[in-house]
Design a binder for this molecule. Sequence first.
Ligand SMILES: Nc1ncnc2c1ncn2[C@@H]1O[C@H](COP(=O)(O)OP(=O)(O)OP(=O)(O)O)[C@@H](O)[C@H]1O
Ligand SMILES: [Mg+2]
Length: 502
Amino acid sequence: MQNPQVDPRVSILKDISPLLTSVLDTDSVLEMIIESVTRLMEAKASSLLLVDKNRNKLYFQVATGEKKEEVKKFEINMGQGIAGHVALTGKPLLVPDVSKDSRWDRTISEATGFETRSIACVPITSGKEVIGVIQIIDREDGQAIRESDMEIMSHFSELASIAIERARTYKDMVNENIYLKKELESRYEIVGVSKAIEKVIADAVKVANSKTTTLISGESGTGKELVARLIHKIGPRRKKKLMVVNCAAFSDTLLESELFGHEKGSFTGAISRKTGVLEIADGGTLFLDEVAEMSPSMQVKVLRVIQEGTFNRVGSPHPIQVDIRVIAATNKNLYEEVHDGRFREDLYYRLNVVHLHIPPLRERRDDIAVLIQHFLDKYKTIRGTSNLGFTVSAYEVMQNYHWPGNVRELENAVERAVVMGSTEEIGPEDLPFSVVPSGDPAGELLGCTLKEALDSFKKNFLQRNLDHQGGSVKETANVLGIQRTYLSRLISKYGLTTKRNR
Ligand SMILES: Nc1ncnc2c1ncn2[C@@H]1O[C@H](COP(=O)(O)OP(=O)(O)OP(=O)(O)O)[C@@H](O)[C@H]1O
Ligand SMILES: [Mg+2]
């Protein structure tokens, strides 16, 4: 027989409990908390507000009731109104008649036209810290909330706190895991024996101990990101995060919200508040990749972060202060970009306090052999054989190749050779850019005029080079040592395939 003293809602609470603590997605947990509390308390409306520590404010994360969308636009100060009071004191509060309580702030109720009689509000905590509050307004039947409702509300707030804590820990773990994986990838040390790479590493070590803004330049695939990770990893900021933002990968609006975060509704598509990379990297390092691709307006905003350490979330008038070390990278000549008016001079000087240039692989051929060995070691477990090696002629091909894609291309070539090769020796035929003559092209062209033979050769040769550069006219012109405009004329003359017309 059931004890008549026990509130029947306790058993509902017991049913909700395992459900709530099993959901690991933070947003879903918050939604579920509000759905559950509304059902449990038979409330007319309820809402969940979270504390924004940086700004000492509370904002509505989830709300129910007929005015829920309007309510979500409001923010309140810590200490303001019933919810602000509970957030500040950390103690549950029941106000059976709001009109008689001086702590009640009628602004929201009046602005939304939502009639409010009573409010019950309980804190959500993480350890000793109040991270938010849950508040309910009146009962469904229009009655005021009673003192006897508070006990169940308090139990519920404990349950909600546990559920949120679990979801947040889980989210942190997932993020940490992604971060550690990246770190692990970068563990592969920077391999090289050339004077040039040794100088880059020595300079990186020197600069790592300071907060000095550093610019890393070098062609695509030379190891700029690797060097940036090294600087972060061996410096005093290593326990905090290194966040990588590729400036070329975002539109202006998205880059701004990626870096600075945004408030809900600050632009189309900003459906919920977002914490920016700068806040996440506070105390750590921001790696701005492909920095030359940043628009002029973003350049101004980034300059402010470097100069003052402050920024505003998109849609917020309140500046946030952070302590960030900035490392930027580019495969362009940033000085030329300044000269041609595409990059701000003041930002250039701010970024370029220390400049590390990584020369292309073709200018440090001493590194090729050790890199081959390094990547062979990395990939040979795929083939399950420890005796895998390059033949002398394959080494020669690698040594003489011009490596437009630098170390990345070399790594891909080794990986491909390891996977595709059929014997324990990797020969030139296993390389993607084999220079072994394939048949006798002159023989195949017998009977043609010289002009026809030259045209046929040119057409094949150009197409092969274009394919090898992923269809990029710019890269192909570079490799062939001809003007881009000339190559474009040849492309239309011979009807060749490029990235653009593919
Ligand atoms: N010296 C090196 N030793 C070992 N691995 C290297 C070295 N340099 C580059 N790599 C590897 O080559 C690949 C490309 O390096 P990374 O991404 O750092 O180049 P990047 O200069 O940033 O290129 P991009 O301009 O295309 O972004 C990575 O897989 C990296 O681990
Ligand atoms: Mg890179």
